[in-house]
Ligand binder design. Structure first.
Ligand code: ARG
Length: 483
């Protein structure tokens, strides 16, 4: 056991060597939509997806991540029609005319509400969408502007969460492929014309409706885009597996798309998996909303969490003034992420801000606090001239602590196999508990501890913190300097 602990101490990843046969995973975990702000629904995809990305890399696989922005479709036609009314100069080629994300956040909801109520507006929006899709240069230029403004804002939100994408592609990327795809599929009989629409029939026993490739108005939808995306990804990146981290409510959509892609011959051996997740609910048990009843925007959510964390730090008074803002941010992000990641992605969970922010219990801040606390023990030990040494004494709880450390390889393997970072998050929580129990049960720096015991304990604790740091790194949780 001492040897195991020593191995973790010297190299925390020594127990988990990289896999022998690395694979390439392409992960699709963005899915935010242009002009609309990101909301908590996109939060699950981002947090689970980024952790899964880090987990796969840690295991030794190669990963490619793609944001797959929702940057095409009716919402843009609506937006363009709205802009034509409120800011016509943006459509008249005035090079000075510009706008911000704040403008878009006003225009888009208005446009979408108008479309619901106003038949004439809806017709204009549909027409504008068709014009855009046909490549109308004025609309294309405006679309590019909208795309740039939105992308900058999205990258800021994602970046703040520690979520990054290797590919910043959107649904628009695939539009030029669609006519060709339809032609090909009709020619070889994979797709058929049905009531004016082009569809792919799926095997009877799957009990799935046919995948709509082109509707009877000649428009392409979500299904066609995802089909073309698979073709593009397999041709260009040729991953072994594509993971779609998307809401469970899209389960049927992905079953249709995956099956259709197989029938089209696009998969060419590439695996495709829907990594489904449940809903985020509020403390009232209903889908999470703001107090006003709207969807909570990610930016506001992070600000609220940070404010609450900051208030806690101001109250506690143990963190230096100059550090407080940064630490509050780290705690807020940890609270949000661990609040997500300790739940099985397939289940729904309640977003309980107060509970997530607590420094005790099963929370991100609790695990951070464990690291900070042991960190300050090490600072004191160093001051006193004590150093970690050979492990000759397991003390009280040392055995459990080492058993927990030794369990990492099994947990990583399980997390990878099930595509569930929650497995690792739960390991991190158990390890934090075992570490705290050990820390509390043994006198470490006190006068009556023997040198041999002290050296053993310090090595054990350092091994624990090193492994915990590795886990937090994968989960995307930072360790504050003070707490
Ligand atoms: N933009 C979509 C939405 O907001 C999610 C996209 C998910 N990824 C995909 N390849 N379909 O619901």
């Amino acid at each position: 056991m001492a040897a195991q602990a020593r191995a973790v101490h010297d190299d925390p990843r020594s127990l988990v060597p990289p896999v022998d046969a690395p694979q390439t995973f392409l992960l699709d975990y963005g899915g935010a939509n242009l002009a609309k702000d990101m909301h908590v629904g996109h939060l699950r995809a981002a947090i689970v997806g980024q952790a899964l990305n880090a987990l796969m890399s840690f295991a030794g696989h190669k990963t490619i991540s793609d944001v797959h922005l929702g940057d095409w479709g009716l919402q843009l036609g609506q937006l363009i029609s709205q802009i034509a009314d409120v800011r016509p100069e943006l459509l008249s080629g005035d090079a000075e005319a510009s706008f911000t994300m704040d403008d878009l956040q006003v225009w888009y909801p208005t446009a979408s509400a108008r479309s619901k109520e106003d038949e004439a507006f809806r017709e204009r929006a549909r027409h504008a969408t068709a014009e855009l899709q046909a490549g109308n240069p004025v609309y294309m230029r405006l679309w590019q502007q909208i795309s740039d403004v939105s992308s900058r804002s999205l990258q800021r939100d994602y970046g703040r969460l520690g979520v990054y994408f290797d590919q910043w592609y959107g649904e628009s990327r695939y539009q030029s492929m669609l006519d060709g795809i339809v032609e090909e599929l009709l020619a070889d009989g994979t797709a058929v014309v049905d009531d004016g629409a082009v569809v792919i029939h799926l095997p009877e026993e799957m009990k799935l409706p046919p995948l709509m490739v082109r509707n009877s108005n000649g428009g392409f939808g979500y299904g066609a885009t995802d089909l073309a995306t698979i073709k593009d990804r397999v041709t260009i990146d040729d991953p072994d597996t594509i993971l779609y981290v998307v809401d469970a409510r899209q389960k049927m959509h992905f079953r249709q798309v995956f099956q259709a892609a197989e029938q089209c011959g696009y998969l060419d051996g590439t695996g495709v998996e829907h990594i489904a997740f449940g809903t985020v609910n509020g403390t009232d048990g209903k889908p999470f909303k703001t107090r006003e009843g709207g969807v909570m925007r990610l930016h506001d959510l992070m600000e609220t969490m940070k404010g609450a964390a900051r208030a806690r730090l101001d109250e506690g008074g143990s963190v230096a003034d100059a550090l407080r803002d940064g630490v509050a941010e780290q705690i807020a992000i940890a609270a949000i992420k661990f609040g997500e990641l300790n739940h099985d992605r397939e289940s729904n969970y309640v977003f309980d801000m107060d509970q997530f922010l607590r420094f005790e219990g099963k929370t991100g801040p609790y695990i951070q606090y464990t690291c900070v606390r042991i960190g300050s023990l090490f600072a004191k030990a160093e001051e006193a001239g004590f150093t970690p040494g050979e492990i000759t004494d397991l003390g009280d709880g040392g055995r459990d602590l080492i058993l927990c450390l030794s369990d990492l390889p099994q947990q990583v393997a399980r997390a990878v196999e099930q595509r569930k970072p929650s497995v690792l998050a739960n390991h991190a929580y158990r390890l934090a508990n075992a570490t705290n129990t050990f820390y509390q049960a043994n006198r470490i720096l006190g006068g009556d501890a023997s040198d041999a015991a002290r050296q053993s304990y310090l090595t054990l604790l350092q091994a624990a913190i090193r492994q915990l740091t590795v886990c937090l790194d994968i989960l995307g949780i930072a360790i504050p300097e003070q707490m």
